[in-house]
Design a protein around this ligand. Structure first.
Ligand code: ZN
Length: 398
């Protein structure tokens, strides 16, 4: 299934070559996947080498993956089909720290229920639901251990969501937003070019700053899953207080709060938490494009402070690419250059070890998309989670 997802429709002979499996094994696996409704015939291969053969392709509408997102300023949902294409996306603006976990999970459950109702008939049932949270997550228990920006501690997100939606608990998983964002960015980049990206650092650009690290093709989780909390790298022992209680953490310098504080007064709509973040970032973009000096100074200050931290990450990890997510992704024209200047000055390896710094194309949607893709992994890892003899809805009477 992974081979079909990467290469599109293939004949059984081509699948055997690409997977290294025997033709007999491929035929048997394809028959099994057909009975589960996960693949279907897709015509006859034309020309090329060898004899023409019946093509097999993933059946995108067979199942779906659901990504849910808890953010400081909103809850969100995205649903993808088996091909990873988005079929539903929605965001509900709310003040999550003020609402508290109970009411936030109420909203999240409503959003999940609405999403599943809306895609019913377009795509098959979900094979998984992944909730993205900006904080430390115990993925085995489906709980949030600590999320300072949300003011959450020991919240049983998977249990609470299952109770409210009626979804089976084993379908629901919880993960860190930066880890999911890194997976989504890697998938998007791999889709664009032939060479897979194996070494990537993804930065969430939010009130808090998280890091998702993919090294040697694998997500780095650390010994008990808490790796990547780069927003709390101590940069200045006398600096401003952070949501975690310490002083001078990197995110106090480069988080969304630092930008908003530097570029606008408290009564400015840019700082209005009831407005959607994308809308507020468009205002900042417009001011920078009109060369508003206060905005340009703020962006230069953020970019330089970002570059100091990115240099540390590049010295440590030698990534091929550093992806700027979240609010950074709305402003790469003004952030990338000061970051690059700091990285060139601060990295020992010549040419910064080849590291590129780029803005994300996914912005604030990376973690929900990553959640939906992570949910699909359940069926890619083990197609038997989908029962045999699923009805072929394509052949059902109208
Ligand atoms: Zn901190």
């Amino acid at each position: 299934m992974r081979t079909l997802r990467e290469h599109g429709a293939l004949s059984r002979a081509q699948l055997a070559v690409r997977s290294g499996l025997s033709k007999a094994t491929v035929s048997s696996l394809v028959s099994d996947l057909e009975l589960r409704g996960l693949v279907h015939s897709a015509g006859i291969s034309a020309g090329g080498q060898g004899r023409p053969g019946q093509l097999v392709a993933l059946r995108p509408t067979s199942v779906s993956g659901v990504g849910l997102d808890v953010h400081v300023g909103h809850v969100g949902a995205a649903v993808t089909d088996l091909a990873g294409d988005i079929v539903f996306r929605r965001r509900f603006v709310c003040d999550v720290p003020a609402l508290g976990p109970e009411r936030t999970i109420d909203h999240l459950a409503e959003l999940a229920t609405a999403a599943l109702a809306e895609v019913d008939g377009l795509v098959g049932p979900p094979v998984g639901v992944t909730v993205s949270v900006p904080g430390l997550v115990d993925t085995s228990a489906g709980t949030v251990t600590l999320a300072p920006r949300l003011r959450w501690r020991d919240v049983a997100v998977a249990d609470e969501l299952a109770a409210r939606t009626g979804l089976p608990l084993d379908l629901i998983s919880v993960d860190n937003d930066a880890n999911l964002g890194a997976m989504a960015e890697q998938a998007a980049m791999n889709g664009e070019s032939g060479d897979p990206v194996t070494d990537l650092v993804y930065l969430t650009g939010d009130f808090g700053i998280g890091g998702g690290v993919i090294s040697g093709g694998r997500l780095v989780r650390g010994s008990i899953g808490f790796a990547g909390e780069i927003g709390h790298m101590g940069m200045d022992p006398l600096g401003p207080y952070c949501s975690c209680g310490r002083r001078g953490c990197w995110e106090t310098r480069v988080g969304l709060g630092a930008l908003l504080h530097a570029c606008a007064d408290p009564d400015d709509p840019v700082r209005d938490p009831t407005l959607d973040l994308d809308q507020r970032m468009r205002m900042v973009r417009a001011r920078a494009a009109q060369r508003d000096q206060r905005t340009l100074d703020a962006l230069h200050q953020i970019g330089s402070a970002l570059g100091v931290g990115v240099s540390i990450l590049v010295n440590l990890l030698n990534p091929a690419v550093v992806v700027l997510g979240g609010y950074f992704a709305a402003l790469p024209e003004w952030l990338v250059e000061p970051i690059r200047n700091q990285v060139v000055a601060g990295v020992l390896a010549p040419g910064a070890g080849g590291a590129r710094v780029v803005g994300s194309r996914l912005g604030f949607t990376a973690s929900t998309t990553g959640g939906a893709l992570a949910a699909l992994r359940r069926v890619l890892d083990d197609p038997t989670v989908v029962p045999l003899n699923q009805p072929e809805d394509e052949e059902a009477p109208a």
